[in-house]
Design a protein around this ligand. Structure first.
Ligand SMILES: Cc1cc2nc3c(=O)[nH]c(=O)nc-3n(C[C@H](O)[C@H](O)[C@H](O)COP(=O)(O)O)c2cc1C
Length: 328
């Protein structure tokens, strides 16, 4: 069935899909998540890249990384387990080979960066400062697949320090990507806020493991990996809820988003935008499909702007919210 243009509700009424996250303004709230969309070049035959709210390419590190030994992905009952291990060609190759294509694709490009320690994060951010066209930096302080990869994202003070360090060398909006693999994601979110983060991406993958009991071996070469896909959506929603209550910093929700109802659940819970990850492996056009159906969902919610639905969840004891109740 033909879809209405992404900026119109089904009855033709214009809808404002743009979102503002601190200093970052995006044309719509549907982004694609780091590590699940390559460097976008692979998708150009399938996806009108310029329609996306943002593209977050695979995380880059100062030096090339070969990643972990195979197997690196395992399908699970309701998700995907991966231990890619930040396989990437390094910062300079990214700048030379990948970034020019990305910047040409027409969608805002949020460059995902990682380093072994605070110094390396700052080094990468410093190198990217002044490169024209980049919309923002996303700090991957939450990859569970590299040695010590989550340390900076599990300790609130380390998180504050790395965000502040990056902040000190760049004028770009800085987004901290948080891990769910902590006791208190709210405490880490406060660290990111105190370091000056413009926005928080919530969440990276949840640590998991797959076992071949007959061979008595783990299936992943790295033994443990990160679980993504529908299995983690309830965890991601819980994290968005807790972060929303802890800080005022805008949130980009990610984790298990497959359908437009998933998108709306994240927005209502407090995310200002979302990223689509594992769903793109099943259908490279998943994010575009969600964008096409967003205006109708906003109409059903009784709003004409994305911002008007963000954080409107009614918790126990709350009778009303800013948005009028939806008529059945
Ligand atoms: C194969 C694979 C590779 C990933 N690589 C990265 C990465 O390089 N950097 C990053 O920040 N997140 C990475 N992620 C995490 C995703 O960006 C996302 O946070 C996570 O998968 C949860 O979203 P989803 O359930 O929609 O996939 C990766 C996920 C998968 C499945």
């Amino acid at each position: 069935m033909p879809q209405p243009p992404a900026d119109r509700q089904p009855d033709g009424v214009p809808v404002d899909l743009s979102v503002t996250l601190g200093r970052l303004r995006l044309p719509n709230p549907i982004l694609v998540a780091s590590g699940t969309f390559g460097y976008a070049r692979e998708m150009v035959d399938f996806v009108e890249l310029c329609r996306l709210g943002g593209v977050v390419p695979k995380t880059i590190t100062p030096q090339p990384r070969p990643g972990n030994v195979p197997w690196r992905t395992i399908e699970t009952a309701a998700g995907l387990l991966n231990s890619i291990g930040l396989d990437n060609d390094g910062l300079e190759a990214f700048l030379r080979v990948q970034l020019p294509f990305l910047l040409d694709c027409g969608a805002p490009v949020i460059v995902s960066i990682a380093g072994a320690d605070q110094r390396e994060f700052v080094q990468v951010a410093d190198r990217l400062e002044g490169v024209p066209g980049i919309a923002a930096l996303e700090l991957n302080i939450s990859c569970p697949n590299v040695s010590h990869g989550v340390d900076l994202g599990t300790d609130p003070e380390a998180c504050r320090s790395v965000v502040a360090g990056v902040r000190g060398v760049t004028d770009l909006p800085v987004i901290a990507k948080l891990t769910p693999n902590v006791t208190s994601i709210a405490a880490v979110a406060k660290g990111a806020r105190d370091g000056g983060a413009d926005a928080l991406t919530v969440i990276n993958t949840c640590q998991g493991m797959a076992v071949d009991w007959r061979r008595r071996r783990p299936l992943l070469g790295n033994v443990v990996g990160g679980l993504s896909g529908p299995a983690i959506k309830p965890i991601a929603l819980r994290c968005v809820h807790q972060v929303r209550r802890a800080v005022d910093t805008p949130i980009i929700g990610v984790g298990g988003i497959m359908t437009i109802d998933d998108v709306m659940e994240f927005l209502v819970t407090g995310a200002s935008a979302v990223q689509v990850g594992t769903a793109s492996f099943a259908d490279p056009r998943a994010a575009i499909g969600l964008l096409d159906t967003l205006p109708a969902a906003l109409a059903e919610a009784g709003v004409g702007r994305v911002a008007d639905v963000v954080g409107t969840i009614l918790l126990p004891g709350q009778a009303t919210c800013a948005v009028p109740p939806v008529q059945p």
